[in-house]
Design a protein around this ligand. Sequence first.
Ligand code: ZN
Length: 244
Amino acid sequence: MSTRDTAAKNWDDREIGVRPEIPRNRLPNQKKQIPKARPRAEIEPPLKLEIVQAGNSVLRQLARPLSLAEIAGKEIQNLIEAMRACMREAPGVGLAAPQVGLPLQLAVIEDREEYLKDAATEYLRERERRPVPFHAIINPALTEMDDDKVEFFEGCLSLTGFSALVPRARRVRVECLDEQGRKKTIEASGWYARILQHEIDHLHGGLYIDRMHTRTFTSAGNWTEFWKSKPISEIRKTLDIGSV
Ligand SMILES: [Zn+2]
């Protein structure tokens, strides 16, 4: 998920399981599919990743789970580091493996203090947005913790230059593995819960445009010009959006 609602930037938007058929791994800069017994030397860093944009079919695939052996292996460990660098460079607060061309059940998340430091207190308060340290989630299963939905504009690094109002659960629980393959339960609320939902949607072939109020879809420039300073209730009224 993009940082842009996110804060320090001027406009709102950038980035924020089932057993699938197992797609064969393919690293982004490789034209050929990687055989399973790929020599480690071939996958050593620096691994430079590129973020794919909407329309690329990898964003619509169900990603496959990773095994504990894969998580412990150098290939996935290098990938996690490369995804961290890619997310920071974007910048974004979340990045899912399908966004770098790999249909794997892996995402990285980090909401840095520096993204929040220039944001108004009220802006952060209503989004319940707080810094989140870097971490990876692997093979996650998400449960919505209550029926409360909250609506904010969000964006995606794979839909560059756009944003929309997206209803999301305010609180979620995520069962997953961490970057060391350990079982982990995350209970999150507010903006962190939104990031988790956004990234886990990516692992199931979903994009925020599947959940958005379609009439609110906007370019970045028009978001700043027309919508940024308005309360959500006023935007809903102006655009004649029905009840959630
Ligand atoms: Zn996204």
